[in-house]
Design a protein around this ligand. Structure first.
Ligand SMILES: CCc1ccc([C@H](C)CC(=O)N[C@@H]2O[C@H](CO)[C@@H](O)[C@H](O)[C@H]2O)cc1
Length: 822
């Protein structure tokens, strides 16, 4: 009956109002007068969800009947962010929803604020996976995202007495309306034990794995709708469960803990996300987590293939699997095990399928982030996979020896096993050997991958190496987070086709000097700054004036990202104002944000320093008229969406050669911020696109860094050679920012003066001079607005749609498969 059909799928205001009322009643069991904010959010969420499921089922039917070639994106992290508004935008019903809310006298923004964000990631890598899922659907490429449904995601960050305090992330406590539990889609995951070789019925040598632990992985599905299309892809996240959750025999003998032991043991595997963003933990549970989702995902793909296509010989034609860094690289060995031990395939055909199935993306050059697992741990947890890794290695090193006769040192360097000291399995090597394509995430980074960490492999297989520069989705990071700017751009461009074709932003170029457009552009920025100022006052007590320059540095804390270089600039500004109060200085608000891995002491000390400097400056009437400092707590996707639209200046100041790409740099620039940055990662390409004259560049290049390091870098000499630098570091050591305690920041100042591995002191002077140039341009609003408009106009390249199209054409060889909207 049309009324019923209409209520669950209708996109009109009336249909949405009816659906909301129905959901409040039939799902939340509430009528309006007694509904809680959470009830209202859930009713709104289910209203959107129904419209998603409608398109999802149509997509699933099309993909099933057409045996569509499918991309499987394996990632240990998916930093999705809040779903509701993003789904309303992709459904094209934001206006109807707002009007429905107004008509029912509901506070639409309050409903949005109610949503807990699924923080199933640490930073760049996890958010990139989420942007790619949005673009895979929008570009109509059949895809499945596979990952882990952590019960506890990235910790919530509180700042107490200037220190980061981690709070566990109970994102599931109020339920999750966006996922569909799939109790019937579950797979056994094995650990430990030993292997046994035997003869099968045809007399062929076979190996069986006799594990000492078996758990289950159960699927939870989240639909991922594209923007303005009928295509909905699947995000399938696995939860660990005991295959037998209650041991009644133990209970009968009163061993109550024993009765639930297996359940607790099993569930720990998907209990919590490891909060490390570069240094690897090397913890056994982390390896168990990686194998857990890899095994479930590959078993699921084999099930889908056998059910839809048939014999596995064509597996690599149906599925292409992208390994998001080395975290899922066990997949290479696990697919071999499943094809040989479970599907009875011989090594060669199994290896041929494996090598044609996988592709690997590297996201970091930092040696401490390149995962290696001790052979002992590997053998203890995954004895069968170690055998397979050894055999892959034996055959691979034969190939290397053939190609590079007598070059045993190259053989040792390329081996999957690091033999010196504790023997370790090099996961990046396993990923490269088992993949048909390897890519970096920005042009500079991909060059460095080929000339440094994977040089030997590039010498052997140059054709395998590619670059695909990262991108971000303009839906979430422009339309959802900055609707005022989106409306203005649509008006100036004449239509909203730019949202799916970001190159159309070029239309703005011709308006860059138009005073009327500039005025409206500045209004949009000021309004976003006002919103942020209100949020910051409510959540930190710090008052910011939206008329001053908002200078923003927000990303995970890591020494290579050099947040401590920025705080030295803040201290320089402070000293200048203190030493000559009358001095005219461009007023600025320095906004910092970002989490530090809980075990990363120096990063946490930098957070403390920022908050301590803020304390002194914000309470000093001699300077707080010109400069203010604030630390935005709990930088996550939701708070990022408040920050990106409100920034005037985007700080991208990592040491050249260290930031693989960066994606925050793209989000800030797409929202009209100008960038001060080094020639690192994607900064290089942003500067190429927006024009060198519209980018504040400073600092050493990668080559200059290498030269200075090989010449012997002595930060102490720079400290003694630059009086302002000396004064700034001495002020930190003086205890002025720590109530006279001269020891608090000593670990940081000592580290800077004696090691400074990321050459903060070497780039200090160039950075300060560049900040002077920034101030000079800020004094000319018309020029600043012109540069801001040109920055946005030329950001088309950095849409994740472009990145996905490049993966599809150059790496995955997959065609879009459109699903009709209705
Ligand atoms: C094993 C611990 C661990 C956890 C995460 C990682 C990630 C690779 C770190 C990460 O997020 N890298 C970032 O990836 C982004 C997406 O490609 C890039 O834009 C960033 O430059 C890069 O730091 C390494 C090691």
């Amino acid at each position: 009956d049309p009324v019923r059909e209409h209520t669950r799928t209708g996109l009109s205001k009336a249909a949405l109002m009816q659906a909301y009322i129905d959901n409040l009643f039939y799902i939340q069991g509430r009528f309006r007068e007694v509904a809680t904010p959470h009830d209202r959010y859930m009713a709104a969420a289910f209203t959107a969800r129904d419209r998603l499921l409608d398109r999802w089922l149509k997509s699933a039917q099309v993909f099933k009947t057409t045996h569509a070639r499918t991309v499987c994106y394996l990632s240990a992290e998916f930093l999705l962010g809040p779903h509701l508004l993003n789904n309303l935008v992709n459904l094209g019903i934001t206006r109807a929803s707002r009007e429905a809310a107004t008509e029912m006298d509901l506070d639409f923004n309050a409903i949005l604020e109610e949503e807990e964000e699924p923080g199933l990631g640490n930073g760049g890598l996890g958010r990139l996976a989420a942007c790619f899922m949005d673009s895979l659907s929008t570009c109509q490429i059949p895809a499945i995202g596979y990952g882990i449904r952590y019960e506890f995601g990235i910790f919530d960050q509180a700042i107490e007495d200037g220190w980061q305090v981690e709070k566990s992330d109970t994102w599931l406590r109020n339920g999750n309306p966006w996922e569909i539990p799939r109790p019937k889609i579950r797979f056994p995951v094995l650990y430990g034990g030993y292997t046994q070789s035997y003869q099968d019925q045809d007399g062929r040598a076979r190996t069986r794995w006799v594990p000492d632990q078996e758990i289950d992985g159960m699927a939870y599905d989240t639909p991922v709708l594209g923007y303005g299309v009928g295509n909905v892809n699947l995000l399938r996240l696995w939860k660990a469960e005991a295959s037998q959750s209650f041991d009644f025999q133990a209970f009968n003998v009163g061993d109550y803990y024993g009765a639930v032991h297996a359940k607790i043991e099993a569930e720990t595997i998907s209990k919590v996300l490891y909060p490390n963003d570069e240094p690897e933990a090397g913890k056994a549970l982390r390896l168990k987590q990686q194998f857990f989702f890899v095994s479930c995902s590959l078993q699921d793909m084999i099930r889908l293939h056998l059910n839809t296509v048939g014999p596995l010989e064509t597996f690599a034609d149906k599925f292409v699997v992208q390994l998001n860094d080395t975290h899922p690289s066990l997949a290479v060995a696990e697919l071999m095990r499943l094809l040989m031990d479970e599907q009875g395939m011989e090594w060669e055909p199994a290896w041929d399928i494996t090598r044609r199935t996988f592709c690997y993306t590297n996201h970091t050059l930092l040696p401490e982030a390149l995962e290696t697992w001790s052979v002992n741990l590997f053998e203890r947890l995954l004895p069968r996979h170690l055998e397979i890794v050894y055999e892959i290695n034996r055959r691979f090193l034969d190939e290397v020896r053939m190609r590079f006769l007598g070059d045993e040192s190259r053989v040792a360097r390329m081996s999957l096993i690091a033999e010196e000291g504790v023997r370790r399995v090099r996961m990046a090597h396993l990923a490269v050997v088992g993949s048909r394509a390897v890519n970096g995430v920005a042009a500079l980074h991909s060059e460095l991958v080929k000339t440094t960490i994977l040089k030997d492999f590039h010498d052997l297989w140059p054709e395998k190496f590619h670059n695909v520069t990262n991108g971000v989705t303009p839906r979430r990071f422009m339309v959802v987070s900055n609707p005022r700017l989106a409306h203005l751009i649509t008006e100036v461009c004449g239509d909203d086709r730019w949202i799916r074709d970001l190159g159309r932003l070029r239309e703005l170029e011709s308006h860059a000097d138009d005073p009327e457009v500039q005025a409206r552009w500045r209004q949009v920025k000021t309004a976003a700054k006002q919103d942020l100022a209100v949020w910051l006052r409510q959540n930190t007590g710090v008052e910011l004036n939206p008329a001053v320059m908002f200078d923003v540095l927000a990303k995970r804390f890591h020494e290579y990202k050099r947040q401590h270089l920025s705080i030295l600039h803040v201290i320089r500004c402070y000293q200048r104002l203190k030493q000559n109060p009358g001095q005219e200085m461009v007023p600025r608000a320095f906004v910092f944000g970002g989490k530090a891995a809980p075990g990363y002491y120096l990063a946490k000390l930098i957070i403390k320093l920022i908050n301590s400097v803020a304390e002194v400056i914000n309470h000093d009437p001699q300077v707080n008229g010109s400069i203010r400092v604030v630390f935005m707590p709990d930088f996550n996707v939701k708070n990022g969406q408040r920050l990106y639209p409100a920034a005037d200046l985007s700080e991208q100041i990592s040491l050249a050669g260290k930031e693989a790409s960066g994606t925050g740099n793209m989000k800030f620039s797409m929202n009209g911020a100008l960038t001060i940055g080094t020639l690192d990662g994607a900064n290089v390409e942003i500067r190429e696109e927006v024009g060198a004259e519209n980018f504040f560049l400073f600092g050493m290049t990668v080559d200059e860094v290498r030269q200075k390091q090989s010449a012997g870098y002595r930060p102490w000499d720079i400290y003694n050679g630059d009086p302002e630098l000396k004064a700034d570091i001495d002020l930190i050591s003086s205890g002025l920012f720590s109530y006279g305690d001269t020891n608090l920041f000593r670990p940081l100042t000592d580290h800077l003066l004696h090691q400074d591995p990321f050459m903060v002191l070497a780039d200090y002077r160039a950075y300060l001079d560049c900040q002077e140039r920034v101030g000079a341009v800020w004094r000319d609003p018309a020029q600043w607005d012109r540069m801001s408009i040109l920055n946005v106009a030329r950001m088309g390249k950095f849409s994740s749609d472009r990145a996905i199209r490049e993966y599809a054409e150059r790496i995955w060889q997959i065609e879009p498969l459109p699903v009709a909207l209705n």
